[in-house]
Design a protein around this ligand. Structure first.
Ligand SMILES: *Cc1c(COP(=O)(O)O)cnc(C)c1O
Length: 396
């Protein structure tokens, strides 16, 4: 049995998206900038895709820019807000310690360019408070960027409350909504969001397509890719029509099923959490309440997450330890460290991220094999030996 439980890393492309994309390769293959019929047929599809995102996010199509992915959307959002701030001599940016690296590494770069960055600490719950944001805002703050839901521990941030504070104080507010899109309702107007990033491959669309929403009048977009006049001159390069069409088809479909998918996936998630936290010396990272329907993230004391992943893979289970980007490096996840977990505990982490494609039988399989694997790894672990004999103290 093959169980794909790594949907926070990427998802399978939906049938609906594949069907929508296929004619774009050999029938509507035109360049939307061409004035002839074939070009204009492609331009029409691009325009329809933009309308889908605008309708679903509750904004105007002219406020939507397509990019090469979530990372590019994040880069462009942050760079644009920073440039607009610098013009007014405002060079202070507020974010959080547990953002995706597309945000954190862009902020690192901006700080080398003279911006001052405040990273808000993360409480044990994995949910920051809007009040933390209010306290951090200064007269020279030019941007607040807080992710909608965390990609590792799935905790959902109080976005409407943060949006209200930023609007009240006149500070542009960006949210990386890559993990939230397709799982939680998003209304950029009602939530007072000024800039927002999405990535198609996290909601059953193709890889290599991102969406950047910018509220008209909030921040003027700055190019990160220079060239032709595509995307109103703000993002050069012939548009990835097939990808964009696939992304819009996937988003349209998943937004129609938000509630029923959330209900189904939450049941699967809670069964996993109940079953796996019965393993002794385990802990759920981040609170269960404000959590994405499909996210399970646990630490097991005395084992290495990587070994657990390899043995789970042998049983057909595809999971992750930390994010896809940190797997392969020996550093523990910056998200788990931000929660205050000691290094040795953070190393024993397991993330299972579900989608509506997962089934109850798959959850049974995960629950049947995981406790045995953890026990096996502990039996061969020198650290576990020290924990059990008392020469090291249990932390969880
Ligand atoms: C996946 C992800 C990204 C990056 O999106 P890409 O399309 O892979 O570049 C950014 N932010 C978060 C929270 C993500 O989960």
């Amino acid at each position: 049995m093959r169980v794909y439980a790594d949907n926070a890393a990427t998802t399978a492309v939906s049938d609906t998206a594949v069907k929508a994309m296929l004619p774009c390769f050999q029938e509507f293959y035109g360049n939307p900038s061409s004035l002839h019929t074939v070009g204009q047929e492609a331009a029409e599809r691009l325009s329809l895709a933009r309308q889908v995102f605008a309708k679903r996010l509750n904004c105007d199509p002219s406020e939507i820019t397509f990019t090469s992915g979530g990372s590019e959307a994040d880069n462009q959002a942050l760079r644009s807000a920073a440039a607009a701030g610098a013009k007014k001599n405002k060079r202070h940016i507020i974010s959080t310690e547990f953002e995706h690296h597309a945000i954190l590494h862009t902020l690192e770069q901006l700080s080398k360019e003279g911006f001052e960055v405040t990273l808000l600490p993360i409480p044990k719950s994995g949910v920051i408070s809007a009040e933390q944001v209010r306290q951090a805002i200064r007269p020279d703050t030019c941007l607040v960027t807080v992710m909608f839901a965390n990609n590792e521990i799935g905790t959902i941030q109080p976005i409407p409350e943060i949006g209200a504070i930023c609007r009240e104080l006149g500070v542009p507010f960006h949210t990386d909504a890559v993990q939230a899109a397709g799982h939680l309702p998003i209304d950029v107007r009602a939530m007072n969001i000024d800039l927002l990033s999405l990535s198609a491959h996290k909601f059953h669309g193709p890889k290599g397509v991102g969406v950047l929403y910018v509220r008209r009048g909030a921040v003027s977009l700055m190019n990160v890719i220079y060239g032709g006049a595509q995307e109103r001159g703000k993002r050069a390069g012939t548009e990835n029509i097939a990808g964009i069409v696939g992304a819009s088809a996937a988003f349209d479909e998943i937004c129609d099923h938000l509630e029923e998918n959330a209900a189904k996936v939450t049941v699967l998630r809670d069964r996993l959490i109940d079953g796996l936290t019965k393993i002794p010396h385990s802990i759920l990272n981040g609170e269960q309440e404000h959590r994405l329907p499909g996210n399970v993230n646990l630490c097991f004391e005395g084992i290495e997450g990587e070994s657990l992943l390899l043995l789970l893979d042998q049983k057909g289970i595809c999971a992750s330890s930390g994010s896809a980007c940190t797997s392969g490096s020996l550093d523990p996840s910056h998200v788990l460290l931000a929660l205050g977990l000691p290094h040795e505990v953070a190393h024993g982490s397991l993330r299972l991220s579900l989608s509506e494609y997962n089934t109850a039988e798959e959850i049974d399989h995960i629950l049947a094999v995981t406790p045995g694997i953890v026990e096996y790894l502990r039996n061969i672990s020198p650290v576990w030996d020290e924990l059990e004999t008392g020469s090291l103290k249990h932390v969880i």
